[in-house]
Design a protein around this ligand. Structure first.
Ligand SMILES: Nc1ncnc2c1ncn2[C@@H]1O[C@H](COP(=O)(O)OP(=O)(O)OP(=O)(O)O)[C@@H](O)[C@H]1O
Length: 380
């Protein structure tokens, strides 16, 4: 459907992104990701024909897109840019109606069919209630919906969006990304979108292109492309790690509080405790964790000291001894109500050992507030 071939984009012959070879088909979402200023919008503007390529070609089906007449292109491609627009005293309906311009007569008169399409476009983005509302009186999320409805009213095959989530709160971000997914599937649209939120990108995109240093450094299915090294390298991240399995960032465990905490966890009982401790700067040691355990994945992403056990294997005596040595080094032990089964009953023994040797043991009751107070009282 839409394809770039050896494309170089930029301004006044200064190349910003070189050698771009991307493709997006009907029903697919391609997300373009990268740090500020790398050229995501420039690439998008070239694909949308607002900029001529410095080199290479953009194809829409088999047509060279920059050779299509604007009137031909408007029926095939719609573009939603980031810039906040000030259209004057227009309602939601009026703005969406602009999307019908490629189809209306010289005087811009709307037919009954045009009106029906405008209403259906508003419906598709859940914005029927905004048709009568003045655009200038809408919230950012409402405006974004209307701008997308305007694009839909063009009845395009390709939808190009530049940072559509940038002004939106968490709920509207999720709503909008789900909407894009729905549009790709139900309207069979090919969607190209730049997006800063890589956690959302991972969840909605079929393909992802990562831009850095003037080129595409990775391209493919997000699940394949976005591993810790690639994402950390993309953003030069030093104090956090991207977790491929879960698709989000965790802060790294850096010992700034000069206190060592031993956490016995498993099956997710420790994830929030670990997050709190990392934020607070404690040096963290974990008991033995199975390598397929959710707490293992979280702790590993944080670069916490862990003793790893093979999946589905009972904890070995050797690992138990290692854990005991860690435990001795720590100022306090946290028991997170981890699940105790045959596989990890030695972790329970660790808690007993800690109590026997008069270590300070905190039983986590689910409240981080209580944990904080107990830590403060036990560690002073
Ligand atoms: N109209 C222009 N003329 C000349 N240079 C420009 C123009 N617009 C952008 N640039 C430059 O091109 C480079 C890429 O900018 P672009 O806006 O494409 O980056 P971006 O990846 O979209 O950034 P952001 O994430 O901050 O939106 C930057 O160095 C920018 O200064």
């Amino acid at each position: 459907m839409l394809k770039t071939e050896n494309l170089a984009v930029g301004y006044h012959k200064r190349v910003v992104v070189n050698n771009v070879n991307l493709e997006v088909k009907e029903g697919e979402i391609l997300a373009i990701i990268g740090p500020n200023g790398v050229g995501k919008s420039t690439l998008l503007k070239c694909i949308a024909t607002y900029l001529e390529p410095i080199k290479g070609v953009v194809y829409l089906n088999s047509n060279i897109i920059h050779r299509l007449k604007p009137s031909q292109l408007a029926k095939k491609m719609a573009v939603v840019l980031t810039e906040r627009v000030n259209p004057g005293n227009l309602t939601g309906f009026d703005i969406i109606a602009i999307g019908r311009h490629p189809y209306t007569d010289l005087f811009g008169r709307l037919s009954e069919k045009d009106k029906e399409i405008i209403i259906n476009s508003a419906k598709a983005v859940n914005a029927l209630h905004l048709l009568e509302k003045n655009f200038l009186e809408m919230s950012d999320g409402e405006r974004q919906k209307i701008m997308i409805a305007r694009a839909l009213a063009q009845e395009p095959k390709v939808l190009i969006l530049d940072e559509p989530t940038s002004f939106l709160d968490a709920r509207h971000k999720i709503e909008l990304t789900l909407l894009l997914r729905k549009l790709a599937i139900e309207n069979n649209l090919a969607i190209v979108v730049t997006i800063h939120d890589i956690e959302l990108a991972l969840r909605i995109a079929d393909k992802i292109a990562l831009i850095k240093d003037g080129k595409i450094i990775a391209y493919g299915h997000p699940e394949d492309v976005m591993d810790k090294e690639t994402v950390n390298n993309l953003y030069n991240i030093k104090n956090a790690n991207f977790c491929k399995e879960i698709g989000y960032f965790e802060l790294k465990n850096e010992n700034t509080a000069d206190k060592k905490v031993f956490v016995v966890c498993g099956g997710g009982s420790g994830a929030n405790v670990l997050r709190y401790l990392v934020k607070s700067g404690y040096k963290i040691y974990c008991g033995v964790l199975h390598e397929n355990d959710i707490d293992y994945i979280v702790a590993k992403t944080m670069e916490v000291e862990i003793i790893k056990e093979k999946a589905y294997q009972p904890i070995s005596e050797e690992n138990y001894i290692k854990a005991l040595n860690y435990l001795k080094m720590c100022d306090v032990v946290i028991d997170t109500n981890f699940p105790i089964g045959e596989m990890n009953k030695l972790n329970l023994k660790l808690i007993e050992e800690a109590k026997k040797s008069n270590k300070k043991v905190i039983k986590f009751n689910g409240s981080i507030k209580d944990l904080k107070n107990q830590l403060l009282s036990k560690l002073i």
